[in-house]
Design a protein around this ligand. Structure first.
Ligand SMILES: Nc1nc2c(c(=O)[nH]1)N=C([C@H](O)[C@@H](O)CO)CN2
Length: 119
């Protein structure tokens, strides 16, 4: 399956389960793959016929910047729901990394795959 991807999208958010984390904003990194048929926009060369990675990025920046969840799991799930619902994507793979959250690790986080309907 063809994919549109967004790699290394950095967004700051209020996130975390500890008291000190509720008083600061922390950087998060998103790596996203969204299924689509590359042949459709390739036939017309029209931005209106593709999945606009800039539009998806802007929507996630808006949502994540205003969010304040405790767990990365919750935020990842909400972001996947937005992509599936608002951008007519059939299947999404989303990795949410929290860099520097654990001493000794470059990043920690979650990877999820979600689809519409029976997918
Ligand atoms: N599976 C998870 N484990 C942990 C989370 C999380 O969101 N999901 N969060 C924390 C703390 O907020 C941590 O990031 C602070 O360093 C701990 N474990």
């Amino acid at each position: 399956m063809d994919k549109v991807f967004i790699e290394g999208l950095e967004i700051e958010a209020l996130i975390g389960i500890y008291d000190w984390e509720r008083r600061i904003r922390q950087p998060l990194r998103f790596d996203i793959e969204m299924a689509f048929d590359n042949r459709v926009p390739a036939a017309t060369d029209d931005i209106g016929d593709t999945l606009d990675y800039k539009a998806v990025s802007k929507r996630l920046i808006q949502y994540v910047s205003e969010s304040s969840f405790g767990l990365v799991e919750t935020l990842a799930e909400r972001c996947a729901e937005i992509i599936l619902r608002e951008f007519s994507v059939q299947h999404v793979r989303l990795k949410l990394s929290k860099p520097g959250a654990v001493r000794g690790a470059i990043a920690v986080g979650v990877m999820i795959e979600r689809g519409r309907g029976q997918d």
